[in-house]
Ligand binder design. Structure first.
Ligand code: BES
Ligand code: MN
Ligand code: ZN
Length: 491
């Protein structure tokens, strides 16, 4: 999809479809919009109230060169921000695409046309455009495609053009992540994920190193290797590095660790078959870390960033680890594996110890770690855990600016009481209560004093039902937060 920034009167726009935003009435009066007279009739009809994502489609309105005019509700003008705009742009694109429009122009009014608004519109369009339909063989010829998406602004300034290019990189990287996540586990094994990472790194000029089973044995990554035992697919620890040309003086080195379980059967503590097919998305954290690196390679932050993705398939094969097994982690701590389905924390423990050895000064991990976070926060918020308030504040600020909803969860030492093993240093599960917190507590034991934020994305990395602005399936969360965190560091 081509993207353009235009500054033209709306009646001069020649695209298949022109999109304008219109807000809810205030004090009974329609909020003045750019689209003039039609809007008034629309409101008077009562069919359109301007509620967020309300739509009304008009064909060949008089005086316009565009073939269609799509009015999209923006909700209350006072609460309309970039998050709402991103969704509105996505919804507009999806609706018009379904109707066969190939060229779309979205108009931003004065007051809503800063760089951040241009970014949100472009991101919304690219994210809305994405469909996880790679393996559908029907109708390829009739497949609808949008060729161009333009943002129309009252007055074009260079910062908007920059914003457009930047957001395009971010959104395409987010779709790269979504492509990886939607791959089924027979087509995306740990080895294939590693190969995709290598290829991406080569294209983007990043360093990539993949540690194989032998190397991990030498190093002593017993927790990661224990999870890999039950599968005939060999594990891989993917390391992708970005080094800034002019490093920031503080010498910050951010480690992005992403859970890369290419399929989670649960292992010997096997999961019920209902919904098990969804466990192909158990590598969404890893895919987000790789997608973030893809974007950062092009956007060039001033801090060093290393992504580490432990890629493993959790299977119940004949050599699988058993409940009760005790493994020695890279840190030297021993873990009693009480439940083989709590495998994410095992692979992350070794990856985070290794990240510290590589010199990472700050760690952020993203993981589809627990069903318990879904019980706590549903599909709306990412669960955020941290041992460091300044880093937590940076992550939450980045998330807010990017419209990725996150909720800070507790991590009091009191929760550690349930992590007691009679036979090893720590068990890999607590009891059934506060499961997302005790999982984070387990990770904290391996992070030790390094500033760290853990993002539990089990409820937010996958969309159960399509939204007007997003297809069903992988969301790419929390890629935008990770990218902005690195870009804004120290700024
Ligand atoms: N990958 C799952 C968590 C998950 C659940 C992700 C639902 C996405 C949707 C994780 O490995 C897991 O199985 N966690 C267990 C932990 C339990 C055994 C302590 C869980 O949440 O049930
Ligand atoms: Mn599991
Ligand atoms: Zn898992």
């Amino acid at each position: 999809m081509e993207t353009r920034l235009l500054s033209l009167p709306l009646d001069q726009i020649e695209s298949d479809a022109l999109v304008v935003l219109s807000f809810e009435k205030e004090n009974g009066q329609p909020v003045p919009g750019m689209a003039g007279g039609w809007i008034k009739d629309l409101y008077n009809s009562g069919e359109f109230k301007g509620k967020l994502l309300d739509t009304a489609l008009l064909y060949k309105p008089a005086g316009l060169k565009a073939g269609r005019l799509l009015v999209v509700g923006g909700g209350k003008a006072a609460s309309f921000g970039t998050a709402e705009l991103r969704r509105a742009a996505g919804a507009a694109l999806r609706l018009l695409k379904s109707k066969g429009a190939r060229g779309i122009a979205l108009a931003l009014e004065a007051g809503f046309a800063a760089g951040e608004h241009v970014s949100a519109a472009v991101e919304g369009a690219f994210l809305g455009d994405y469909e996880p339909d790679r393996y559908k063989t029907e109708d390829k010829e009739e497949k609808k495609v949008v060729d161009s998406f333009s943002v129309v602004v009252p007055e074009a300034v260079p910062s908007q053009q920059e914003a457009l290019l930047r957001s395009r990189v971010v959104a395409e990287s987010q779709n790269f992540t979504r492509d990886l996540v939607s791959e089924p586990a027979n087509r995306l094994t740990p080895a294939v994920l590693a190969e995709r990472a290598r290829q991406m790194a080569a294209e983007q000029g990043l360093e990539c190193e993949v540690l194989d089973r032998e190397r991990m044995k030498q190093l002593g990554m017993g927790a990661l290797l224990g999870v890999a035992m039950g599968s005939s697919e060999p594990p891989a620890l993917i390391v992708v590095r970005y080094r800034p040309e002019r490093p920031a003086p503080e010498g910050v080195h951010l480690g992005l660790i992403g859970k890369g379980i290419t399929f989670d059967t649960g292992g010997i503590s096997i999961k019920p078959s209902e919904n098990m097919e969804k466990m192909k998305y158990d590598m969404a954290g890893g895919a987000a870390a790789l997608g973030a690196m893809r974007a950062l390679a092009q956007l060039k932050p001033s801090i060093a960033v290393t992504a580490l993705v432990p890629a493993v398939e959790n299977m119940p094969g004949g050599r699988a680890q058993r409940p009760g097994d005790i493994v020695t982690t890279l840190s030297g701590k021993t873990v009693e594996v009480l439940n083989t389905d709590a495998e994410g924390r095992l692979i992350l423990a070794d990856a985070m110890t290794y990240a510290k050895r590589l010199g990472c000064t700050h760690l952020v991990d993203a993981a589809t770690l627990t069903g318990a976070i879904v019980v706590a926060l549903g599909f709306v918020n990412v669960g955020v855990f941290s041992n460091d308030d300044p880093l937590l504040a940076k992550v939450l600020a980045a998330a807010k600016a990017e419209g990725e909803k996150m909720w800070h969860m507790p991590l009091d030492e009191d929760y550690k009481e349930v992590l007691k093993s009679a036979f090893a240093d720590i068990p890999n599960v607590g009891n059934r209560w506060g499961g997302a917190i005790t999982a984070a507590m387990f990770l904290k034991e391996f992070v030790e004093t390094t500033p760290w934020v853990h993002l539990d994305i089990a409820g937010t990395a996958w969309l159960e039902e399509a939204k007007p602005f997003l297809a069903k399936g992988p969301t790419g969360v929390p890629l935008r937060t990770l990218v902005r965190l690195a870009l804004d560091w120290g700024a």
